[in-house]
Design a protein around this ligand. Structure first.
Ligand SMILES: *[C@@H]1O[C@H](CO)[C@@H](O)[C@H](O)[C@H]1NC(C)=O
Length: 67
């Protein structure tokens, strides 16, 4: 038989699985990227600089881009 504490824990775990965004708006794996890294968001040294930069990253929902 489940006591009240177990019920609360079970509800919490269901919520955590179903609605992770409620617990952490950015998600556990969200990252903030600085565009261009050390160069920053500037005139690039060549035309493929930013496409190469972006190709080296895996962007996910909740990630941020900064400068
Ligand atoms: C473009 O410039 C970046 C930074 O100097 C360099 O890492 C990259 O290899 C260059 N790409 C090409 C295609 O020249």
């Amino acid at each position: 038989m489940m006591n009240k504490m177990n019920m609360v824990m079970a509800c919490f775990m269901v919520m955590a699985v179903a609605f992770p965004s409620l617990l952490n708006l950015k998600g556990a794996t969200a990252e903030d990227y600085i565009v261009g890294d050390t160069l920053g968001w500037a005139v690039p040294p060549n035309t493929s600089f930013y496409s190469e930069w972006a190709a080296s990253k895996t962007f996910q929902i909740g990630d941020g881009l900064g400068k």
